[in-house]
Write a protein that binds this ligand. Structure first.
Ligand SMILES: C[S@@+](CC[C@H](N)C(=O)[O-])C[C@H]1O[C@@H](n2cnc3c(N)ncnc32)[C@H](O)[C@@H]1O
Length: 325
């Protein structure tokens, strides 16, 4: 069992629905929602107050299989990790209480990462490795997002991972910044790197916040990892939690990455960069990326109650800024 002061791992999942611990929910006579998974699929009473921010520094998360390999102590373990990078994707293995609380589609080895975003050690490496693999382009996108939210007082970053988009927003002077992500392994690192930010576990389909709580919401490299029907639920939750006129800022990989670069372009640095992103996009495991590319973003935002203010569809990343109508 993972303990956090007198808080248990199962309580972590319940922190997101803003009603206290699992035990409190049972005692209250409210229907017991066995964690995030069911919460994602059901409507629940709208939270009236902000969720409790876990004390991440004291939280010990159970090791998962990549943590137990200790690659440096045994060369055979290095082989096992490498094999896992290149072989068929396995189901993600999790401590029981967490496994019940996170939707199945999330529990996959995204980006070929052994055990996905769910290990103490590899999730740490992923936070840095993601930016390196994207050749610094995601940091440019975070800046694109942050610069458009300077007038906001309260911002939520959905799919925050290591908290870098939330941190970019805070650097622009926004005083109240929250990050949410289903992986407590990532959130623990995020909290250590960004002590001034508030990180809570949860999913975009079921935000643990009251209506009209935020001036702006950000989604940086999240929606292409979500099946479209859950993407629509995330958009509906953004609409609910944004104040009237609130802003939604999105950055996602561009579909141009999927197209082969022209041979002529290989005479330029841009052409080589295109080839790199083309190969990367075809190598990394992202099961829902093609479905995301098929979504007509302007129509999707319009149907969700948003007015598109600005879009910038480049290579390798596309950006959208929309306002709640
Ligand atoms: C590529 S990472 C995001 C990177 C991060 N936004 C940044 O700027 O560095 C995708 C993140 O989305 C999270 N995620 C996946 N499905 C989600 C969902 N339904 N709701 C919220 N977050 C989700 C994953 O756990 C992962 O941390």
């Amino acid at each position: 069992m993972c303990l956090m002061g007198n808080m248990e791992l199962s309580d972590l999942a319940f922190a997101k629905i803003g009603v206290g611990s699992a035990r409190q929910v049972e005692d209250s006579g409210l229907p017991v929602i066995s964690g995030l998974r069911s919460a994602a699929m059901q409507t629940h009473q709208e939270p009236v107050q902000d969720p409790v921010v876990p004390d991440w520094a004291d939280l010990v998360l159970e090791d998962t299989w990549p943590d137990r390999l200790h690659p440096l102590s045994r060369p055979r373990n290095v082989w096992k990790l490498l094999q896992s990078l290149f072989s068929r994707r396995q189901a993600v293995e999790l401590p029981q209480q967490l496994a019940e609380s996170i939707p199945r589609y999330i529990l996959q080895e995204f980006h070929n990462l052994p055990n996905g975003n769910y290990s103490n050690h590899l999730s740490h490496g992923y936070i840095t490795g993601f930016d390196i693999a994207m050749l610094g382009e995601v940091e440019v996108s975070r800046q694109w997002i942050a610069e458009r939210l300077t007038k906001a007082q309260t911002v939520l970053d959905i799919g925050t991972a290591g908290g870098k988009t939330a941190a970019a927003v805070q650097r622009q002077g926004v005083p109240d910044v929250w990050g949410i992500d289903p992986s407590p392994y990532l959130l623990k690192h995020a909290a250590r790197r960004n002590p001034g930010l508030k990180f809570v576990p949860g999913i975009g389909e079921n935000l643990p916040f009251g209506a009209e709580r935020f001036d702006a919401i950000t989604l940086c490299f999240v929606l292409h990892e979500v099946p479209p029907r859950y993407g629509r639920q995330i958009l509906a939750e953004c609409y609910r939690c944004l104040k009237p006129g609130g802003l939604l800022a999105i950055a996602e990989p561009s579909s141009l990455q999927m197209q082969k670069p022209r041979w002529r372009s290989m005479l330029t640095a841009k052409g080589w960069q295109h080839l790199y992103f083309y190969l990367l996009a075809h190598f990394v495991y992202e099961p829902f990326v093609e479905a995301w590319h098929k979504v007509d973003k302007a129509q999707w935002l319009d149907e969700g109650g948003f007015e598109l203010q600005e879009s910038d569809y480049g290579m390798p990343i596309g950006h959208w800024l929309a306002r709640k109508r």
